[in-house]
Design a protein around this ligand. Structure first.
Ligand SMILES: Cc1ncc(COP(=O)(O)O)c(C=O)c1O
Length: 360
């Protein structure tokens, strides 16, 4: 190789997003990326249609957006750092705090980007097996070594849908060395609010200086295409990320849309109600087909088949009909598929095709 990249980079398996096309299918039902089936927040769409000044650089500090987020959730504005998706904040955290050989701990079956960003900095991903597909906080503590620098906890977890209680997270943080940064990834928090026993990371992070909470506009707000997310950080971490990020990392249109989407309480409420209803419906349907369906607090369900071969054949069968589910091999769950909660018609079509496949 003529140009040798930094150590660790060639060990990265490129992230493969949810598929969005299927050859020969006239209609696609995409249930592979946990997107909002209602589309984008209508308030965001209205705001985007208004006159935009694309010739101007965006506000590099996302001033209005951070103020609105702070007001909505009762947070300190100065501790909010916005990014091009929460993805960017994960990257900035690793870039800022992970040196070669530093260890980054997270649950084995959780979001792939933690390991990818850790590796880009020469860090060592330390994956810890879940307990019944729920992040095992005791095992994560046991995996900590003098080299551990950061721990990611996805709550609720993608792709398993499970979550850890705030009291367990509190005691986990207490036992974790003070110089290890705990990052709570709350990408699906809005959907989880209706799950018994779930509390979001803001409740925990307020008044603390040892935890980062990540949020995204890609899921319930329906703005994945615009790339917008943020981290609620300890003040010194916010200061560091603001030094490292690029000066205009969030586009002006993303800021405008995010600001409007934050106000769209009706849309959020409608999305949660729909998700609760169709997640339960889908879970009941798939369980009745004899499949193992894991309890989920997110806008998706993890479905486990008797074998990898059956999971894959089922995925291909649905794909031939334009219904796209997410393959779980990269998440080390090759015998499972993840199905996002789409519209009622989407879920009926997906379940009907699954039933047809299973009765073949
Ligand atoms: C757990 C989790 N964290 C973060 C992200 C990244 O979201 P964003 O679109 O804000 O980068 C995702 C996206 O699927 C996710 O599932």
């Amino acid at each position: 190789m003529k140009f040798v990249p930094n150590e660790g980079i060639l060990g990265i398996a490129p992230y493969v997003g949810g598929e969005s096309s299927a050859e020969g299918a006239s209609r696609i039902i995409k249930l592979s990326s946990n997107e909002n089936p209602f589309g984008a927040s209508p308030k965001a769409l209205t705001a985007l249609a208004a006159d935009q000044h694309l010739e101007k650089y965006p506000d590099g500090n996302c001033t209005a957006l951070r103020a609105a987020i702070a007001k909505k959730f009762g947070l300190e504005e100065g501790r909010i750092v916005c990014g091009a998706g929460s993805d960017e904040i994960i990257g900035l955290l690793c870039k800022s705090y992970i040196s070669p050989k530093d260890e980054v701990v997270y649950a084995t079956h959780s979001f792939l980007m933690y390991g990818i960003y850790a590796r880009t900095c020469g860090g060592v991903p330390v994956e810890v097996q879940e307990n019944n597909l729920t992040p095992d906080l005791d095992a994560m503590l046991a995996a900590v070594t003098p080299k551990t620098k950061m721990v990611f906890l996805t709550n609720p977890n993608n792709p398993t849908g499970s979550f850890n209680s705030l009291s367990d997270i509190k005691s986990f943080r207490q036992k974790l060395r003070a110089d290890i940064l705990l990052v709570l990834d709350d990408a699906y928090a809005e959907y989880a609010q209706s799950s018994d026993g779930y509390e979001n990371g803001f409740v925990f992070a307020k008044g603390r200086d040892d935890v980062v909470v990540l949020r995204t506009f890609s899921k319930i707000y329906g703005l994945a295409g615009l790339r917008l997310g943020y981290g609620y950080c300890p003040p010194d971490v916010a200061d560091v990320l603001n030094r490292v990020r690029s000066p205009f990392n969030v586009t002006s249109v993303a800021q405008v849309a995010g600001l409007a989407a934050l106000e769209d309480d009706d849309f959020i409420k409608r999305s949660v109600t729909h998700n609760d209803e169709w997640r339960t419906w889908t879970q009941n349907q798939l369980s009745a087909m004899g499949l193992k369906v894991w309890q989920s607090a997110g806008n998706f369900l993890l479905v486990t088949f008797p074998s990898q071969q059956q999971a894959d054949s089922c995925r291909q069968f649905l794909k031939s009909r334009g219904i796209i589910l997410r393959q779980m091999g990269a998440y080390k769950l090759p015998e499972s598929l993840r199905i996002s909660i789409g519209t009622g018609d989407d879920m009926k079509a997906a379940c009907a095709s699954m039933r047809e496949f299973l009765t073949f």
